[in-house]
Every structure is written in structure tokens, then in C-alpha cells.
Design a protein around this ligand. Structure first.
Ligand SMILES: *Cc1c(COP(=O)(O)O)cnc(C)c1O
Length: 381
């Protein structure tokens, strides 16, 4: 079956007890057993819950995978995936990845004897140079956040395989509608389903997805043992989101393209980061590994005073000043002081994230309205 059909049907069938079309919210912590250990597939909701199972099957299907473990947040999923490693292991990761991912790597996992190197992965030579004898995981985020560089998933996962390291792709920005990392050789996909998958800015949820039996078994064990599981209502909301993921992504992509083109032509704008531009340094890879270019755009103004960038984020009327992304509504933010403030300034500047960068999550409103809103904000600076 194709994506749109899977999005609506995978993992879900009318409730056997009542015929309810929508998967019920099984708001229960425990399940009756007829004899000790004899039950209908569920014994305790940390280990498993039918609403969560429906979501896990649905997300696995969308990534073309056998297994999915859902978590209470994207960070919960990332935490579980890093726990596949052990003390002494080394991880190579991108240098403009999600701020929270950088923070858990450096502030939490370094304490447990893991080490990390952060590099510009859009150049494969950098990845080769960063590999060590104890490199056990390569962590890819593409498109990157907030600079929207593209990492060649196939080439990097090939390198990982050569040295026996696991390759992980954070597919939050692209979603499985635009990019399928497992088909390109990745071992594990992680998601912050809080973003496009949920799609309505009303739920925090994460997922780790794989085709590998042994990895899946370990992930389910960590999910149950560490316990960062999503509640049934949150699973229901995410499941509701996936039903329209394809429709929303089409409009996000169209609107982001229109907004990026408007910005690039505006005399007050210095530079626009958008992988759909032919002038983008990784355009060819983006075209090859993604079916469209996504809903995120970032840019700088010619006025390179940080206060001008910050001011702009307060002048839009449709774009709301807020962290996060991927919802139906358009958001604007200032990464250096907001989403990426957990990265030290030297690290930010080294990766090319300037203090003046503005990031947009382009929603599914009318593109003309979005453009007029940005125009009035930029022209009143
Ligand atoms: C938001 C985000 C995360 C973290 O997910 P939460 O659901 O907020 O815990 C991880 N990776 C990326 C790319 C994100 O945008």
C-alpha cells in the first residue's frame, strides 16, 4: 500500500468490541488476567497499551519498518537510542543538530563515559576523519536545524556499516512522507512526533523505528525499563495527526517554497537557507533523497545587528513567536537566544549559526497572507 493509505489505515482497525472506527483511548494502567500471566496481550501499560500499539504500528509502516517504540517525547526516544551504547563508546554527530540532542549528549551521556564529536556532516570527508576505533554510532540529522544543510544519508550509513557502527537518522524535519532513511541504509530512525507527525502543536511524543530484530528487542527493553512511555491520550493525538500527514506536508512544502522565494528576492534580506534552491550547496543530494524540500526556512537580514533580527520576530502578526515547529500554524523564532541557546556561542558560530539568524516553520495557512505578513514585518524594521 502507498503512503496515504498507510497513514490512514496502518495499525488500525475498527474496535472489535464496539465497531468504533477510531482506535479507543485505552486509559488504563493495568489489565485483568484470567490466571497468573494469562492475559489478552497486555498486562501493564508501561510495557504495552493498545492505543500505543496502534500508533507504533502506524509509524513503523510509514517508515517502511517492522518495529517502532513510542516514547513520551522526542528526547525520550533519543535517550533510549543512546542507551544502546555502553561506557567507552564514541559517537560522531552533526554540528548543527537540535539543541536538546546536543545537550543530552554532552551534559548527560558524557557523565556515563560516552564521548561525542560534532562535525559538519554535509561533507563526507569530515565524517571519515572523525571516525575512531571505538566509534559505535553515527548520528545524522537532515535537513539540519536551523541551517537546513543536507547530509547524504546513503554515503554516511555506508561508512557506518564499514566500521560496524549503528547509524541513526533524526527524521523529524523531513518526516517519512519526504524521506525514508531506513531504505537509504540507516539502522534506526528517531522522531520528535511533537512536530509534523502530531502536526497540531498539541502533543509531546517521540518514536524510535527500526527493521532490525535485535535492535528492536533492546529498544523495547529500554522503553519498558526506563519508562519514558507516552500516555494513551497522547498516542491517540499522534495517531490522529498521522492521518493527514501527507496532506499537510504537501502544503507545508508549497508554502515554504513560496516564502523562501519571496525572502530571497527581498532587498533587505541577506541570505536564505532553503534546500529547494538550486543554489543550495546540497541541492542535488536533497533532490535525490527527499521527495520535496520541507516546511522550514531560515534567513538573515542585511542589517546584521542582532537586535534587528530579534525585533523582526515580534513584528509578524500571523507568524507567532514561539519555539517548536511542524504545526499547522506558522511560527517564527530566533535560534541563538531560543531553540539553540543550550549550545555555547563558540559552538554555534563554528557551525555557521549566526546571532542574526531567523527561523520560520511555515504552516499551512494561505501563502499570500504569510508573505504579506513577512513583508510588512521586514519593511517596518
Ligand atoms: C523537537 C526536536 C527534538 C526533541 O523532541 P521533543 O519531542 O521536544 O522531546 C529532537 N530532534 C529534533 C530535530 C527536534 O526538532
Amino acid at each position: 500500500m502507498k503512503f496515504a493509505t498507510l497513514a490512514i489505515h496502518a495499525g488500525q482497525k475498527p474496535d472489535s468490541a464496539t465497531g468504533a472506527i477510531m482506535t479507543p483511548i485505552y486509559q488504563t494502567s493495568t489489565f485483568a488476567q484470567s490466571e497468573p500471566t494469562v492475559h489478552k496481550g497486555y498486562d501493564y501499560s508501561r510495557a504495552g497499551n493498545p492505543t500505543r500499539t496502534a500508533l507504533e504500528k502506524n509509524l513503523a509502516a510509514l517508515e517502511g519498518a517492522k518495529y517502532c517504540a513510542a516514547f513520551s517525547s522526542g528526547m525520550g526516544a533519543i535517550d533510549a537510542v543512546v542507551k544502546l551504547l555502553k561506557s567507552g563508546d564514541h559517537v560522531v554527530a552533526g554540528n548543527d543538530l537540535y539543541g536538546g540532542t546536543y545537550r543530552i549528549f554532552v551534559k548527560v551521556f558524557e557523565q556515563f563515559g560516552l564521548s561525542f564529536d560534532f562535525i559538519d556532516m554535509s561533507n563526507i570527508e569530515n565524517v571519515k576523519e572523525a571516525l575512531k576505533s571505538n566509534t559505535k554510532m553515527i548520528w545524522i540529522e537532515t535537513p539540519t536545524n536551523p541551517l537546513l544543510r543536507i547530509v547524504d544519508i546513503e554515503s554516511v550509513t555506508k561508512l557506518a556499516k564499514q566500521i560496524g557502527a549503528l547509524s541513526v537518522v533524526d527524521n523529524t524535519f523531513a518526516t517519512p512522507y519526504l524521506q525514508r532513511p531506513l531504505a537509504l541504509g540507516a539502522d534506526i530512525v528517531v522522531h520528535s512526533a511533537t512536530k509534523y507527525i502530531g502536526g497540531h502543536s498539541d502533543v509531546i511524543l517521540g518514536a524510535a523505528i527500526t527493521n532490525d530484530d535485535a535492535i528492536a528487542e533492546k529498544l523495547y527493553f529500554i522503553q519498558k525499563s526506563s519508562g519514558a512511555v507516552p500516555g494513551p491520550f497522547d498516542c491517540f493525538l499522534a495517531l490522529r495527526g498521522t492521518k493527514t500527514l501527507h496532506l499537510r506536508m504537501q502544503r507545508h512544502c508549497e508554502n515554504a517554497t513560496a516564502v523562501a522565494e519571496f525572502l530571497a528576492a527581498h532587498p533587505k534580506v541577506k541570505h536564505v537557507n532553503f534546500p529547494g534552491f538550486k543554489t543550495h550547496p546540497n541541492y542535488e543530494i536533497a533532490k535525490r533523497q527527499m521527495s520535496d524540500f520541507g516546511g522550514m526556512v531560515s534567513f538573515t537580514l542585511k542589517n546584521d545587528d542582532m537586535s534587528a533580527a530579534k525585533k523582526l520576530t515580534t513584528l509578524t502578526k500571523i507568524f507567532t513567536l514561539a519555539e517548536s515547529l511542524g504545526g499547522v500554524e506558522s511560527l517564527i523564532e530566533h535560534p541563538a537566544s531560543m531553540t539553540h541557546s543550550s549550545l555555547p556561542r563558540e559552538v554555534r558560530l563554528q557551525s555557521g549559526l549566526e546571532d542574526t539568524l531567523i527561523r520560520l516553520s511555515v504552516g499551512v495557512e494561505d501563502a499570500d497572507d504569510l508573505i504579506s505578513d513577512l513583508k510588512q514585518a521586514i519593511e517596518s524594521i
